[in-house]
Ligand binder design. Sequence first.
Ligand SMILES: [Cu+2]
Length: 162
Amino acid sequence: MTFDRRSLLLAALALPAVPALAQEGIRAGDLAIGVPWTRATPAGSRVAGGYMTIRNTGSEPDALVGGSLSVAGRVEIHEMAMADGVMRMRELAQGLVIPPGGSVDLRPGGYHVMFLDLAQPLRQGERVTGTLRFRRAGEVRVDYTVQAMGAGPDGRPQGHGH
Ligand SMILES: [Cu+2]
């Protein structure tokens, strides 16, 4: 297999931005939160999803019950689920449980933090600041890196929907 300059450049451009950052983690009590990210929003959209991995190293369950985002009017905890053959999202009114010794992935098409009433579009490359609220660990400050519109967990295009 041979590579010319152009394909090398394209390969470099295609490298996801996430893995280098994935080494970082936010510690909050027994929780380790891996690299919160969100996606650039299309014009006119007032909503976006927040994604991350939350690991519980403790011996008690915790639950993500809410949060905030500097540029969002409000934040809810959602899941995507099949209902009558259609993928729909719904609010987890009791929060998202993080089991002891376990971890939960928030990602497009699954669990997510829902940002509602965005005051401004999210632009790729920006960082936006918010908080997560856990039943046990309390309030945790997080920074979300804004990935490309429609990006999947590895930074590559995946499609729309939260
Ligand atoms: Cu949602």
